[in-house]
Each structure stands twice: as structure tokens, then as C-alpha cells.
Write a protein that binds this ligand. Structure first.
Ligand code: GUN
Length: 283
């Protein structure tokens, strides 16, 4: 019997745990705040940013919203980041991506203080993850680890295959699974005979960005399938990178789209915000 991993429920559980931590901090006189910066008016980004602000409100984190016009220069954005870096009342800083083309996103990410980089995108945090030191971890892969652990899925010793090698998902995902003592393979667009590799996976994490590409032919019997993709199909319904109906019967656990990995990203962003307080205090 296939089990559906309920990301909505698990993310709610995490957010409720964080709510308790935040109220404890409040009772000790510590308020947590996060600055959310959006440049331009990409409609998808506006939805994400709004969801992040709502999660902050639910947990009791103060969100400071900076909605900047499309014409904002790189220098202006860097100046704002510098101001927020130096403001001790700001714990987390997030610049919603993508930024307009005239702004270098890598330069922006590098400008955020690693101690306030709640997205976990700064090279210092990526480096810390690589060598197993404390730091912020990219939210989506961190959320996937929570989905696995809170569903009682053992990771140590498992064959894990990650499809996708992005800096935000694929690479940190591989590092986190390695940290959990899995045997990890990363596949990408140049991988030869993808099916042969994915069929070895006990845990298959799919982050390729192609709607319904992973069918049952790619999946071993009894595998755990985690779908990071989110798309609209021809009927305007949401779907993932995995052909859910085709794969469902074959796996032991599967994440749905929507309601699987998606809600975990925000829960882990909130987790990073709460953790930022201790990290900043220890400096
Ligand atoms: N754009 C799409 N996903 C993300 C994310 O996790 N963080 C930021 N900052 N921008 C994004």
C-alpha cells in the first residue's frame, strides 16, 4: 500500500513547533524579524512573497516588506542590503529571485551577511554545509530531509538518486543526504541511461523542471519518490516532474503536487529565521 507523504500536515507541525519557540523568545524579550525584498512585479514572486509573509505572521515573526520598482539599480539594492546587514533588529534577509536582468543575482546573494542569509544561498553557508559545519541550509532540500525523517523513512545506507544539480535544490540535496549517510548519485541532463540509474534508487528525488517526465519505468518497486517540480498542465491543473498516477502503485511513499515538498520550503525558511537568533547570538 503506497503512503502519501502529506507535506501540508508536516509543515503545519513544524510551523506550530516554531510558533512555540518564537513565543518563548518573546517572553524572554527577543523579537524575531525578517526582511523580505522583492524587486519588480513578477506575479509568481508576488505569490511566494505573500505566502512567506503570511507564514511569518502565523508564527509570530515580524516581516519587513520591501517592494522595490523594476528600475531599482544594483547599487540601490546593495545599499539596502548593507543597511539591513547592519541593523541588529533584523535577523533574516531574503531577496526574492529572480531579480531583474540588470542586477547580478550572485553579487546580491554574496552581499547578504551569511549570518542573516535565511535562504542558505551564500557561498559561506553552502561551504559550511559541504563540510558539515553549522549554517543556514537551502530550504527545499532541508524540507525534504524533514519529510523523510518525520515519515519514519530511514536514510542511512540507502541508495539515493537526485535528478537535478541546481545550486538551490540538487546540490544541497545531495550534500544533506550524504550527511545522513546515504549513498548518493546526482543525475542531470547529460546523464547517460537515466532510467538505469534511477531504477537503483531506494529514495528518488526529482528536481528536473519537466512536467510528468518521471514515469514508472524510472522507478524501482517500493522506492520512495520525492517530487520537487511544480507546473501547470494542459488543463491548468498543478502537476510535478513525476507522472503521479503512473508511478503511484510502484512506490512505497510518494509526495503529491501540490501539498508535498512545496509547503516544506516555507516551513524551513521559518525554521532558518528562528535559528538565526541563536546563530547571531553565538557570534
Ligand atoms: N525564488 C524561487 N524560490 C526561491 C527561494 O527559495 N528563495 C528566494 N529568495 N527566491 C526564490
Amino acid at each position: 500500500m503506497t503512503q502519501i507523504i502529506d507535506g501540508k500536515q508536516i509543515s503545519k507541525q513544524i510551523k506550530d513547533e516554531l510558533k512555540d519557540k518564537v513565543s518563548k523568545y518573546k517572553s524572554e524579550g527577543t523579537e524575531i524579524s525578517m526582511a523580505v525584498i522583492m524587486v519588480g512585479n513578477d506575479p509568481a514572486s508576488a505569490v511566494y512573497v505573500n505566502n512567506k509573509k503570511k507564514a511569518c505572521e502565523y508564527i509570530g515573526i515580524r516581516s519587513l516588506s520591501y517592494e522595490l520598482p523594476e528600475e531599482t539599480t544594483e547599487a540601490e539594492l546593495l545599499e539596502l542590503i548593507d543597511k539591513l546587514n547592519n541593523d541588529p533588529s533584523v535577523n533574516g534577509i531574503l531577496v526574492q529571485l529572480p531579480v531583474p536582468k540588470h542586477i547580478d543575482d550572485n553579487k546580491i546573494i554574496r552581499a547578504i551577511s551569511p549570518l542573516k542569509d535565511v535562504d542558505g544561498f551564500h557561498t559561506q553557508n553552502v561551504g559550511s554545509l559541504c563540510i558539515g559545519e553549522k549554517g543556514f541550509v537551502s530550504c527545499t532540500p532541508a524540507g525534504i530531509i524533514q519529510l523523510l525523517k518525520r515519515s519514519g523513512i530511514e536514510i542511512a545506507g540507502k541508495e539515493c538518486v537526485v535528478i537535478g544539480r541546481s545550486n538551490i535544490v540538487g546540490k544541497p540535496m545531495a550534500l544533506l543526504l550524504l550527511q545522513e549517510n546515504a549513498t548518493v548519485t546526482v543525475c542531470h541532463s547529460k546523464t547517460k541511461d537515466l532510467k538505469e540509474v534511477t531504477k537503483r534508487a531506494d529514495i528518488l528525488v526529482v528536481a528536473i523542471g519537466k512536467p510528468k517526465m518521471i514515469t514508472s519505468e524510472y522507478v524501482k518497486d517500493g522506492a520512495v519518490v520525492i517530487d520537487v517540480g511544480i507546473h501547470r498542465n494542459e488543463n491548468n491543473q498543478l502537476c510535478g516532474d513525476v507522472d503521479y498516477d503512473d508511478v503511484y502503485e510502484k512506490c512505497s511513499y510518494i509526495t503529491p503536487v501540490p501539498g508535498g515538498v512545496g509547503p516544506m520550503t516555507i516551513a524551513m525558511l521559518m525554521n532558518n529565521c528562528v535559528e538565526s537568533v541563536a546563530l547571531q547570538m553565538s557570534e
